[in-house]
Structures are given as structure tokens and as C-alpha cells.
Design a binder for this molecule. Structure first.
Ligand SMILES: NC(=O)c1ccc[n+]([C@@H]2O[C@H](COP(=O)([O-])OP(=O)(O)OC[C@H]3O[C@@H](n4cnc5c(N)ncnc54)[C@H](OP(=O)(O)O)[C@@H]3O)[C@@H](O)[C@H]2O)c1
Length: 326
């Protein structure tokens, strides 16, 4: 088969469309013939040599895909060859075929084209696990999503609105904020021109955000704690603004607030399967009912993955960038 390999870490040109051996499904695994994959920010770090795949994972990039089951390994129940699926991967999505644990498979949701289903697994699992399973966002609460127009952000807005929460977003342009408003975001903050702490307080009668989904890490830590409401929960999922910050424990203590940080990729297979099952139970019906949809910026042929990485690096996209196979 062919796959995108990274012979030497570097810029987008480090991605090479290469001939590689076919993967073989083991116990509890299936082989998926890939229709599409999607680009995640973590893939950019892997390409640069800063984010090695976890032990046992495919060396090729790609944390999600959609496609058709080509073969089923021993001990797999409930899936058969030919099923149309999408999958949460630990790697290897930028390829014509990929092996995945059966617990990380989802059916292509009702009403979604098979290629566009590749936009769903990573964002649905990340948002559901962090915002709902860890931070327990409840109806009527306020969620602040940083980077509202990102792949993650566009899913977070839709899911939070679908459960009856109020949603605030930050983004770097009017065009992106307008798009977030179209998805249902109630409070729009241009982080280049406005202070999100002031804006969120003003929009919540001084209360602040009950849950914050944060992609910035260190750079926003202090401001995020200030923007939290009493009993607020800050869920950090990204480190685009650095890894080491200073935490004002006094401010946290006074608010009885919590800070969590979690990476999906590093979780053991059993935990990933639990998250995937929860997403199938809670998110898939919202998609089938038309309350939540994949947000796809553009589709680029997989062999041109370098061009797709450039789009993400320039933040020239809204939602997800897909990599497709003919
Ligand atoms: N922990 C996990 O398991 C996990 C899983 C998936 C993703 N993530 C993380 O989630 C984040 C989003 O991922 P993605 O794949 O959806 O990436 P993406 O589509 O490339 O989005 C990145 C976003 O960051 C925003 N951004 C840049 N500077 C900002 C600032 N100062 N304030 C607020 N937003 C800013 C950009 O918004 P503008 O274009 O408007 O500037 C852009 O929308 C990344 O940090 C990624 O590493 C974590």
C-alpha cells in the first residue's frame, strides 16, 4: 500500500508518499481500507519530530479516518468486511489501509457522507471526553471555547449548544467569529482586539465561565483561571501557548475551581474504547438528528498532505481539513 511517511522530521516537505508494507490485523483488530483521513495539529508536531507515536502505534501520521472494513482479525464481534466506518487511531491514518482496535470503530453516522465522516472521531472524542466526561458541562452553564473556529472548536460549540449550554468563543478574525455564531456561539471574542476575561465577565453578569476548553496552555493559564466562575473547570487540551505557566492557587482555591489536562492519544486502548462508546451513545444520535455536523474546510488528495499541513500552519481553515484517496 501507499502511506505518507516521515523519513526525516522537518517542514511540510518532510511528508513523503511512499510504498510501505500492508498492515495485518491482530487479535481484536480490523483492517480498514481508508477513504479519507483528517489533519490534526498533533500531526504537525509529529512531522517536526516533537511528538513520537505511542509504543505499538503506526509510525505514519493520522489520528482518524473513514473507510470500509477490508478484513476482521480474530476475536472481533459486531463488525464485518464491507462495513462503512470511521475510527479513532493512534496513528497511521495517512495511508491506504490502517489497522485499528475494534473498540475504536464507529459506524459512519446516518446522513453523513463516508469521506466527511473522517472529520469526526478525533474532535468528537476529544470534546466529549474533556468537556462532558471530565468537566461535566451541564445545561444552562457557560462554556468558553478557545479557538472556536478550529476543528475542535467547531465540534465543541455544536455539542455544547445541543445540550443546552451557553457558548463563548475566542478566534482571531471576524470571519471566524461569524462562522462560530452560525454554529450557535452566543458570545464572540476577537482575541487579537479584546480581553476575553473582561468579555466573558461582562456577558455573564460577572460570573465567568463554568467550563473552559483551552488549546493555549501556559499563555492563557492565568487569564483562564480569572475567567472561571465559582466551581469552574478549566480543561486544557493543547499547549499552543507553551507548557510551563504559573498557577495562582489562591485564585483557584477561592473559586473552588479545578484545572485538568488530558491527551487522548496517550490513553490506553480500554479508555479509548470507553470514550468511543460514549460518543456513539451521546454524540452519534445528535448527528443523525441534524443537531451536529462535521465542519469540513476543504478536501485535499492524501498524496498532497504537505499542502494540507501548510493550511493548518497558516490557520487558513475553519473546521477540519480532510485528506482523501481516489
Ligand atoms: N489533548 C487532546 O487529546 C487533543 C486532541 C485534539 C486536539 N487537541 C488540541 O486542540 C487544539 C485544536 O486542535 P485542532 O486540530 O482543532 O487545531 P486547528 O484546527 O489547527 O486549530 C488551532 C486553533 O488555534 C487558534 N488559536 C491560535 N492562537 C490563538 C489564541 N491566542 N487564542 C485563541 N485561539 C488561538 C486558531 O484560531 P485563529 O485561526 O482564529 O487564530 C485555530 O483555530 C490544538 O491545540 C490541539 O493540539 C488536543
Amino acid at each position: 500500500m501507499r502511506a505518507i511517511t516521515i523519513p526525516e522530521p522537518g517542514g511540510p516537505e518532510a511528508l513523503v508518499w511512499d510504498e510501505v508494507p500492508d498492515p495485518v490485523p491482530g487479535e481484536g483488530e480490523v483492517l480498514v481500507e481508508v477513504v479519507a483521513s483528517a489533519v490534526n495539529r498533533a500531526d504537525l508536531l509529529q512531522r517536526q519530530g516533537f511528538y513520537d507515536p505511542p509504543p505499538g502505534a503506526s509510525p505514519y501520521p493520522g489520528l482518524e479516518c473513514s473507510g470500509r472494513i477490508a478484513a476482521v482479525g480474530p476475536g472481533v464481534a459486531g463488525w464485518t468486511a464491507g462495513d462503512e466506518v470511521c475510527a479513532l487511531l493512534s496513528g497511521g491514518g495517512y495511508a491506504e489501509k490502517v489497522v485499528v482496535a475494534a473498540g475504536q470503530l464507529l459506524p459512519v453516522p446516518e446522513g453523513v457522507a463516508i469521506d466527511r465522516a473522517a472529520a469526526l472521531p478525533e474532535v468528537a472524542c476529544t470534546v466529549w471526553s474533556n468537556v462532558f466526561m471530565i468537566a461535566h458541562l451541564r445545561p444552562g452553564e457557560t462554556l468558553l471555547v478557545h479557538g472556536g473556529a478550529s476543528g475542535i472548536g467547531t465540534m465543541a460549540i455544536q455539542l455544547a449548544k445541543a445540550v443546552g449550554a451557553k457558548v463563548a468563543v475566542t478566534a482571531g478574525s471576524k470571519e471566524k467569529l461569524d462562522f462560530c455564531a452560525g454554529l450557535g456561539a452566543d458570545i464572540l471574542v476577537n482575541y487579537r482586539e479584546q480581553d476575553f476575561v473582561e468579555e466573558i465577565r461582562a456577558a455573564t453578569d460577572g460570573a465567568g465561565a463554568d467550563v473552559i476548553l483551552d488549546n493555549m496552555g501556559a499563555k492563557y493559564l492565568d487569564r483562564n483561571v480569572r475567567a472561571l466562575a465559582v466551581n469552574g473547570r478549566l480543561a486544557i487540551i493543547g499547549m499552543q501557548g507553551g507548557v510551563k505557566g504559573e498557577l495562582n492557587i489562591g485564585a483557584l482555591l477561592g473559586k473552588r475551581a479545578a484545572v485538568t489536562a488530558a491527551s487522548l492519544r496517550a490513553r490506553p486502548a480500554g479508555e479509548k474504547a470507553e470514550i468511543v462508546a460514549a460518543v456513539r451513545e451521546h454524540v452519534w444520535p445528535l448527528i443523525a438528528a441534524g443537531h451536529v455536523r462535521p465542519v469540513v474546510d476543504r478536501e485535499i488528495p492524501m498524496r498532497e498532505a504537505a499542502a494540507a499541513h501548510r493550511v493548518l500552519e497558516e490557520s487558513g481553515h475553519i473546521g477540519k481539513v480532510l485528506l482523501t484517496l481516489p
